[in-house]
Design a protein around this ligand. Structure first.
Ligand SMILES: Nc1ncnc2c1ncn2[C@@H]1O[C@H](COP(=O)(O)OP(=O)(O)O)[C@@H](O)[C@H]1O
Ligand SMILES: [Mg+2]
Length: 396
């Protein structure tokens, strides 16, 4: 029976009240906002980390705290699928409208955006920002003056602005974006009137590399903050805090299992948590519930994250045969090439090297530093479990 309410939110930025850990990063970000407000300066951060590691969640929390504590205007803008600066500014101003509409400074915002504000949606409940491409192009060029003007119109009700440009994807590869950032930074630095602005970029490490390739000086302009996996303590804290909110107890033994299979990846933590929550029937998570949940999470995660990532590259008959031999035991996620060599066919042996290289590139396996050369481990035990379940079930 599916439970109605799960406190887990796989795949979407975590609600502020369920946010766990990351104290250093949050303090750091909020500290930069404070500095920006006090010194009326431009502060710049680039948040990087793998997909699902918690970049958006971190930005969201830092933004909320900064709004409360330092009275800044916070705008979290998602730029997935955006390839032009014009569309970027349109989204920034649309966000500005949505964030301000119920606030006391809405009149000021409306004053600045003026005729471009349109009521939208079937019942006119949402506001959209509409402008011609040439008007948008103008705003791209006048970005800093527009923000300055906006702050003036807010008449001290907001002391600065924090903008998070999240999911940089397409834009990060555009030379125009890199150049725009560079001139924005230079312009603010040399302008006579200061602008208290905290600019946060968030994206995968390769996005940061792309950006810097287009405009090498941005390397020094945006301080990188790298988000890492949770460690064991954080993972346990995560489950304790979340289960406590819904009055569910979790045993020590079960916690150890959840840590082992999640590998500390926040997105995996949520998937497993959700599955375990569903598996439990008496408000106490024991070892059996944990294992049960892990197995169903492996299937969900396999379908949602592993297959799309791996399928296109390695899903040949021959590769599958090899994978089956690698994951010959349900709870084993390490293997050695020497041992594998003994168990595979000559046909498979010919492509083994290539296959392992591809798995490494996809971040599915990594060299096992503890046991030495020729030894590998899956980056997540859940991966191994998923492939095992696939192989055991015939896997088609
Ligand atoms: N600090 C955290 N505490 C609790 N859950 C988190 C935390 N960080 C991330 N998550 C969860 O992990 C998943 C991925 O987070 P997200 O912020 O979307 O990652 P990213 O933006 O790096 O892709 C989401 O389900 C989110 O709720
Ligand atoms: Mg994100």
């Amino acid at each position: 029976m599916a439970k109605e309410y799960s406190p887990f939110t796989p795949g979407v930025p975590v609600p502020v009240e369920f946010f766990v850990g990351r104290e250093r990063e949050v303090t750091d970000l909020v500290g930069h906002v404070s500095k920006s407000v006090v010194r009326k300066s431009l502060e710049r951060i680039f948040i990087t980390g793998e997909r699902g590691i918690g970049k958006s969640s971190l930005c969201r929390l830092a933004l909320r705290i900064a709004e409360e504590k330092h009275q800044v205007l916070g705008l979290h803008v998602f730029l997935g699928g955006v390839n032009s600066l014009e569309e970027m500014v349109r989204r920034i101003f649309e966000r500005l409208l949505q964030e301000s509409r119920d606030r006391e400074w809405f009149a000021g915002v409306k004053g600045v955006l003026g005729k471009h504000v349109k009521e939208a949606g079937l019942f006119g409940l949402s506001l959209s920002f509409e402008a011609s491409t040439s008007d948008l192009g103008q705003t791209v060029n006048d970005f800093a003056p527009t923000l300055r003007h906006l702050l003036e119109r807010l008449g001290g009700q907001r002391k600065g602005i924090m903008i998070v440009l999240d999911d940089l994807n397409g834009l990060a590869g555009e030379a125009r974006f890199a150049n725009w950032l560079k001139s924005l930074v230079d312009e603010i630095a040399t302008a006579r009137t200061p602008l208290p602005l905290m600019l946060v970029l968030a994206g995968l490490p390769e996005r940061r590399r792309q950006l810097i390739k287009n405009q090498p000086s941005l390397d020094r302009v945006f301080d990188p903050v790298e988000i890492k996996r949770f460690n064991e303590d954080e993972t346990k804290l995560f489950y304790q805090q979340i289960f406590k909110k819904v009055n569910v107890d979790i045993h020590e033994e079960a916690q150890a299992i959840l840590w082992r299979f999640s590998g500390g990846y926040p997105v995996v933590l949520h998937e497993i948590g959700d599955a375990v929550f569903q598996a439990d029937s008496d408000g106490r998570i024991d070892k059996a519930d944990a294992l049960h949940g892990v197995i169903s999470a492996a299937q969900v995660i396999g379908r949602k994250y592993i297959e799309p990532k791996v399928l296109s590259t390695i899903w040949s008959e021959r590769y599958r045969g090899i994978l089956k031999k690698i994951v010959s035991h349900p709870y084993e996620h390490r293997f050695s090439k020497a041992d594998l060599d003994k168990r595979i066919s000559p046909d498979q042996a010919r492509v083994l090297h290539n296959f392992l290289r591809k798995l490494k590139q996809l971040n599915v396996i990594r060299p096992d530093a503890a046991t030495g050369r020729g030894h590998y481990e899956f980056t997540s035990e859940l991966y191994a479990l998923f492939f095992y379940l696939q192989a055991a079930g015939g896997g088609d």
